[in-house]
Design a binder for this molecule. Structure first.
Ligand code: ADP
Ligand code: MG
Length: 347
């Protein structure tokens, strides 16, 4: 513990201010407030999203980062209302363009999905249907939402496939998913997600399975579309290098909670949550080839049995008694920079 911490001691959030009031903005395109998603299992209730709050402005790219098992995919699926039994959302709100998605009917959600909000899933095979050719699938959102006829949608599919970098798309449009490599399937799924130029793209680790060259191409494509059509993006990744390159803001997730939320520059220059500090110290600095990596010790807790107080306390080098009883809420530690730690700035 630093001298400064000993002198000033831990600080609590100002009384009476709910964290989602701090970070949810009225004019945001998407505003997630106090979202809880749970799975009732034989071994207990998994709290995969445990009071998640963050927002995405129009045309903004927000990264959602955290180790595997921290709840990123569950949060993404919750936004699309795609959580299935035994999962459920007992609490929270998901405001999209002023309307709460949790209040919408299944039919209303179907109209939004693939039109105003699209998702690229972590596993492309789960999103592609093996019995239809790629052209049929890429063009489906256009037929469903835009009433496009089959011939026109096929033609548009070829253009979209070209746009995502699938070579000779006119020859591949009638191929089936199993005839595509993993990277090409991922591109096809991205083409499908982009067909209707959504207002918001939720991309769950869209490049994790791809080699670095293709990864760079896909990220460029997402960024181009973000600039050209003003598409907002929630980019889920465990790769901070990707975040630094592509995102405007970052939400850091740990064990079902957002622990830090800030614009990219501020997060990388001055991380305030011990977990973010730990993550950043795991990133090799290309300028120092022999730099030692210091991975964070321990593991993400079992989300069916999270510790009381701060979920990160058992792994935290700054942990004090209070951390095991107080749930730290996000609070503003610098301008537009939020962290959920009792320390203002652990050194
Ligand atoms: P991430 O995407 O950050 O790697 P996930 O969102 O996939 O993490 O998972 C968060 C937690 O939710 C994990 O503990 C996972 O085991 C649990 N989980 C996800 N889906 C289910 C499910 N269908 N049933 C039970 N637990 C689940
Ligand atoms: Mg995931």
């Amino acid at each position: 513990m630093s001298q400064e911490q000993q002198e000033h001691g831990p600080r609590s959030a100002p009384a009476g201010v709910e964290e989602h009031e701090l970070i949810a903005r009225e004019d945001a395109l998407l505003s997630v407030e106090n979202l809880h998603t749970r799975f009732d299992t034989e071994t207990g209730t998994v709290r995969a999203a445990d009071g998640v709050s963050f927002g995405i402005d129009e045309g903004e790219i927000v990264g959602l980062v955290g180790e595997s098992g921290s709840g990123k995919s569950v949060t993404s699926l919750s936004l699309m209302r795609l959580i299935q039994d035994p999962g459920y959302i007992p609490q929270g709100s998901i405001n999209f363009d002023g309307e709460d998605l949790l209040e919408k009917s299944e039919e209303e959600m179907r109209q939004l999905r693939g039109d105003r909000i699209s998702m690229v899933f972590q596993e492309p095979m789960s999103a592609l249907n093996p019995v239809y050719d790629i052209g049929w699938q890429v063009g489906e959102p256009l037929r469903v939402h835009e009433d496009m006829k089959m011939a026109a949608s096929r033609q548009r599919s070829v253009e979209l496939m070209r746009q995502v970098g699938i070579p000779s798309p006119e020859d591949r449009v009638e191929d089936y998913p199993h005839q595509f490599s993993g990277g090409m399937r991922q591109r096809a799924m991205i083409a499908m997600a982009l067909a209707n130029e959504p207002d918001l793209l939720i991309a769950d680790e869209p490049t994790t399975a791809l080699d670095v060259t293709i990864e760079a191409q896909i990220l460029d494509l997402i960024r181009d579309l973000n600039r050209e059509i003003g598409m907002a993006v929630l980019l889920v990744t465990h790769d901070l290098g990707v975040v630094a390159e592509v995102c405007d803001r970052v939400a850091v997730m740990y064990a079902g909670r957002i622990v830090e939320y800030a614009d990219v520059k501020s997060l990388f220059a001055d991380p305030r949550h011990p977990y973010t500090k730990g993550l950043l110290s795991c990133v090799p600095n290309p300028a120092e080839a022999d730099q030692e990596l210091e991975p964070i010790g321990g593991e993400v807790p079992n989300l069916a049995n999270t510790p009381d107080g701060c979920h990160f306390a058992p792994r935290c080098p700054y942990e004090v008694d209070e951390c095991h009883s107080v749930d730290p809420k996000l609070r503003e530690v610098d301008e537009n920079h939020y962290a959920a730690c009792i320390w203002e700035d652990p050194q």
